[in-house]
Write a new protein. Structure first.
Ligand SMILES: [Zn+2]
Length: 257
């Protein structure tokens, strides 16, 4: 299972590194909005006006996942201690069981992906936190106890959420491990010129030959069929069979015929 992430970064956000440095988040905080029927886009637009008080990196509803902010920098989601350690994800609230199901699948997936991107595992109150856990650990920082009550209203306990995120995380391990074997055989009917393997622990890919068209990240060891090489603003990109693009810089990727 996989979902698209719509990147819609809020302009002007502060760029505060985590306590261990830029990109070095230590886990995730699972939130819910406490704003019945507000969509991820509504939350985005609200936070675009009020980010000096609070903002998160992701919000998830029943149709989409929107990324508001770069995960390389801390957000303002749950107070001093959590913000310098963790990425924050908001789950949009609904009373509709079908909408809940749709949004919950996306929530589990993005929580697992954020942890998987840095190989942090899924460990309660270590890499995986609810806002309620943050309140319990640092009560001086925050009074919120979401998303416990909201999830319970749909019959989901926090321990269920943790086990669902673990299962998704483990599924990501498997799918990444199988990509390098599958990719070469898919070459046979195309004009593919080779295979590119990711060397960096995490690397952006692009949906256009444009360094600003970031569409998501790939992880070390993933491999993709290359169909073309293009030069964009003086730097080379590989065009992949999927139609996406990735850097051709040998510092970050390895090319093989
Ligand atoms: Zn919260």
């Amino acid at each position: 299972m996989s979902y698209p992430i719509t990147q819609s970064f809020i302009p002007g956000l502060p760029k505060n590194p985590y306590r261990n440095g830029v990109g070095a988040y230590e886990g995730v905080v699972a939130h819910s909005t406490d704003d019945l029927n507000a969509t991820a886009q509504n939350i985005h637009d609200f936070e675009a006006r009020t980010y000096n008080n609070a903002f998160v990196q992701f919000a998830v509803d029943w149709t989409c996942i929107i990324q508001f902010a770069d995960t390389n920098y801390g957000a303002y989601g749950a107070g001093y201690n959590a913000n310098q350690r963790f990425v924050h994800v908001e789950l949009c609230e609904t009373n509709d069981p079908d909408k809940f199901k749709e949004s919950y699948s996306r929530y589990v997936w993005i929580l697992a992906k954020i942890l998987h991107d840095r190989k942090l595992g899924v460990s309660e109150k270590a890499s995986f936190w609810t806002h309620a856990d943050v309140h319990a650990t640092w009560p001086q920082d925050t009074t919120h106890t979401d998303p416990v009550e909201y999830l319970q209203s749909h019959g989901v306990s926090v321990s269920q959420l943790v086990s669902d995120v673990k299962a998704q995380y483990n599924a990501m391990d498997v799918s990444i491990a199988t990509v390098p074997q599958k990719a070469p055989s898919s070459n046979s009917n195309s004009s593919a010129s080779g295979l590119v393997t990711v060397l960096a622990s995490s690397l952006y890919y692009y949906n256009k030959p444009d360094w600003n068209a970031k569409a998501g990240t790939v992880t070390k060891g993933e491999a993709f069929t290359v169909v073309d090489t293009v030069t964009v603003n003086g730097s080379k990109m590989y065009k992949l069979k999927s139609g996406n693009y990735i850097t051709a810089n040998p510092q970050y990727v390895k090319y093989t015929n």
